[in-house]
Design a binder for this molecule. Sequence first.
Ligand code: PCA
Length: 193
Amino acid sequence: MLTGFEPFHDNAVNPSQLIAERLNGETIGNARVVSLTLPVVFGEDTRRVFAAIDEWKPSVVISLGLSAGIGSIDVEMFAVNHRIADGSKALPPIAEDGPAAYFSTLPIDPICAAIEERAHLPVRRHGYAGSFLCNHILYQTLRHIETHKIDCRAGFLHLPQATENSAKGQPSLPLEQMIAGVRIAIEAAMSTP
Ligand code: PCA
């Protein structure tokens, strides 16, 4: 299962949505991709993802999001238990009784190696997914899987702006290349024991 996010803030286009939609229905290796586009709204993101996991029973969930300003595909290592709150500088916890962090359960190094060697794209193994919706969806997805004892791997890839939609001089990657990179990441996630 692949998730992307709708446009948010001043990003008129979100490549994560375009990539999730493009790969929807594709067969990669022996896996069929099902995609979901999420609104950038705390609570609505998780409501839809939990329902989809429970209905589709995926063996792998890869969530995608835009990180405007990066020039590589960032494979996130973990999600932390905090989130941005409206109108406040405080970072309240996502789950009062939750652990400080959840580690991605994707095979991160094989994914990075596959993106670099087979898609020839810049890729980084990255610390964590921030304080906004991308960290939120990763934390909550991993928490849902763990607390319900679901047999499923999950993780997150942050993407640069698509070159087609970015201002001149801004870091970006062409959309088609990112689609190829995510396809290879899915293949690596599915084929790594
Ligand atoms: N990026 C944001 C939220 C939605 C998205 O695509 C983030 O990095 O949290």
